[in-house]
Design a protein around this ligand. Structure first.
Ligand SMILES: NC(=O)c1ccc[n+]([C@@H]2O[C@H](COP(=O)([O-])OP(=O)(O)OC[C@H]3O[C@@H](n4cnc5c(N)ncnc54)[C@H](OP(=O)(O)O)[C@@H]3O)[C@@H](O)[C@H]2O)c1
Length: 280
């Protein structure tokens, strides 16, 4: 099996390469220096040259707030860029794994979302990722769509690194307490993706670390586990203005993984501890 991984300079792509290597699978990591996803010809010629048997598509425009004022670029990369990759995958008969997000859902209620629940993104990033999902599901049969949430990894900037920095600089910080979801360590997610890509259990999946918390609870856990004396003040989303609206309910059901016989990810608290050790 030869797996091409897009977004290898990012958090998840980096960790997917580690797990491919560990499992003795040939991995070809690519990023913007190899081709721009929005360049249809460049994508096609690169994929034809490499001839992967599978593609794990981790690359994306991920700046959620910036996307609100950079709509065309965000949709071009996440929507059209994915379409370009799908065309190329079909041409070499590669199976495709597209990484998507909890932000495709409207985020209402308190129940965990099932994979086929109605979509309704609240922001441009979510809309663009849903366009990407549709590009995959409308043109292919041999595909996996894997939605995840609140990702942090060693290779990149993320909420945990921001909290560690602020925790050293400040006595207290405000963090929203009414958005509930699952923080996800990209290393744990990558293991799950590499397990799944080796199967033919095509379909839509949710994969996050186990358990749910608010951003404020997550921030408090980061401070506690890192031994930082910074007080976390819980605030409501309406008190904390951001350019992009965010869903309050990001809980996702992981039953799809159970049905496919793929091991769930560990608890989020356990993942955070291992991540902090890795950073040290
Ligand atoms: N981060 C999260 O909290 C989160 C939550 C849910 C789902 N996801 C999804 O999970 C996946 C991985 O996320 P991540 O956090 O690992 O992302 P990331 O760290 O932002 O990495 C994305 C990579 O894609 C590259 N890229 C951007 N535009 C490109 C283009 N036009 N052509 C080629 N490469 C391009 C980026 O390069 P540059 O840095 O040079 O732009 C970057 O190296 C994404 O699909 C994301 O939508 C992420």
């Amino acid at each position: 099996m030869k797996v091409m991984v897009t977004g290898v300079n990012g958090q998840l792509g980096h960790d997917v390469m580690i797990h491919l290597h560990r499992q003795g699978i040939e991995g070809i990591g690519v990023d913007i220096q190899d081709f721009d996803l929005t360049d249809e010809d460049a994508v096609m010629s690169y994929v034809k040259k490499v001839q992967p048997s599978a593609i794990i598509h981790c690359a994306a425009y991920t700046a959620v707030d910036k996307a609100e004022s950079d709509i065309a670029r965000c949709c071009m990369i996440n929507g059209e860029g994915t379409k370009n990759l799908v065309r190329a995958a079909v041409s070499v008969k590669a199976k495709m794994m597209y990484i998507s997000t909890d932000y495709v859902f409207p985020g209402e209620g308190v129940e965990p979302y099932e994979t086929m629940d109605p979509k309704g993104p609240k922001n441009i990033y979510g809309q663009s990722k849903l366009q990407g999902e549709m590009a995959v599901s409308s043109q292919m049969t041999a595909y996996f769509i894997v939605r995840t949430s609140w990702v942090y990894g060693v290779n990149g900037n993320n909420f945990v690194k921001t909290m560690l920095r602020l925790g050293k600089e400040r006595d207290s910080i405000n963090v929203v307490c009414d958005q509930i979801g699952s923080p996800t360590y990209s290393y744990d997610l990558a293991r799950c993706l590499v397990d799944l890509i080796q199967t033919t259990r095509y379909g839509v999946y949710h994969a996050t670390n186990e358990g749910f918390c608010s951003w404020a609870e997550f921030a408090q856990a980061i401070m506690d586990k890192a031994g930082l004396n910074c007080k976390v003040h819980p605030v409501l989303t309406i008190q904390y203005k951001t350019a992009a609206a965010r869903p309050l309910n990001s809980r996702m059901s992981k039953d799809s993984l159970d049905r496919a016989g793929i091991a769930r990810l560990p608890q989020w608290e356990d993942a955070l501890e291992r991540y902090l050790m890795e950073l040290r």
